[in-house]
Design a binder for this molecule. Structure first.
Ligand SMILES: [Zn+2]
Length: 276
């Protein structure tokens, strides 16, 4: 007779997810399209694309996450990771690249390289650098890498996978969630970065945080940032202090977004520092 534990594990696999607990970290792989998979590592998200010749990953996240992912891709899909396309060099997304360096070619924006070995955690230098756009054709897939300019970091790359039409967008659009804490100190550059994402063509957005989205989430994020900027500028023009502005500014159209209550004051504070 089957134990209930066996039945539970069988049910999880039947549902299409691979779940693992390592210490307190929750990890899963879930299908986005036939060949594109979303990798959740607690509150961070990365992406795996299966090609006719190996797998392509985006962010390694960290050494433990990348080790789990490499093993999962090998055991579950019978593929090696042959390309790594990191979004940017912030350590919570980009660390762990050394795990894939043995088998994978790493492609990143040219500003990525200066962060390697600095304030970034363990990783590996990129093998191929680009400045504006790069198109990679491999194993029946096309990967369109676009540099979206400086703002949140100075090496942010958005990758669109075809023919699946899935975009990987980290930190600058997190669907139905406020921007991270006081990351709005870069609000003007972030607006430019989100506008650059709006120029791209895709159906599904896999983010670095939060739920999957669409272009509608890009448009909503742009509207949020522009409303925040204009409200903060109006308060600054009225001569108010940081404390007064933080308590005065509300964004009632976004109260149902995740982290609204905790992060709005920090979003406002970041914007004040950027715009004063
Ligand atoms: Zn970041």
């Amino acid at each position: 007779m089957l134990s209930s534990k066996y039945v539970l594990i069988a049910a999880l696999f039947a549902a299409g997810g691979a779940f693992a607990q390592s210490g307190d970290v929750s990890r899963s792989l879930s299908e986005v399209t036939g060949d594109v998979w979303r990798f959740d590592n607690d509150f961070h998200v990365s992406m795996v694309v299966l090609t006719e010749d190996g797998a392509v990953v985006t962010d390694p996240i960290n050494t433990d996450a990348a080790t789990w992912l490499e093993n999962e891709v090998r055991e579950r899909f019978g593929r090696e990771v042959i390309y790594m396309l990191p979004s940017h060099s912030h350590g919570d997304h980009g660390a762990g690249g050394e795990v894939f360096a043995d088998t994978a070619t790493i492609i990143a924006h040219e500003n990525y390289q200066k962060a390697v070995g600095q304030n970034f955690g363990p990783t590996a230098p990129a093998d191929i650098l680009f400045s504006d756009k790069l198109t990679l054709e491999h194993g029946g897939k096309t990967f369109e890498l676009t540099y979206v300019g400086a703002g949140h970091g100075d090496d942010m790359v958005v990758t669109v996978v075809r023919p699946d039409n899935v975009a990987f967008v980290v930190d600058i659009v997190s669907p139905k969630r406020l921007p991270w804490r006081d990351s709005t100190t870069a609000i003007e550059g972030m607006i430019g970065q989100v506008e650059a994402v709006q120029e791209l063509d895709f159906d599904i957005l896999v983010p670095g945080h939060s739920i999957n989205g669409t272009m509608e989430d890009v448009t909503e994020t742009l509207a949020y940032l522009e409303e925040l900027k204009s409200k903060v500028m109006a308060e600054l023009a009225a001569g108010r202090s940081l404390e007064e502005i933080v308590s005065a500014v509300s964004m009632p159209g976004y109260e149902d977004w995740a982290n609204y209550a905790e992060w709005l004051p920090l979003n406002v504070e970041g914007a004040v520092k950027a715009l004063q």
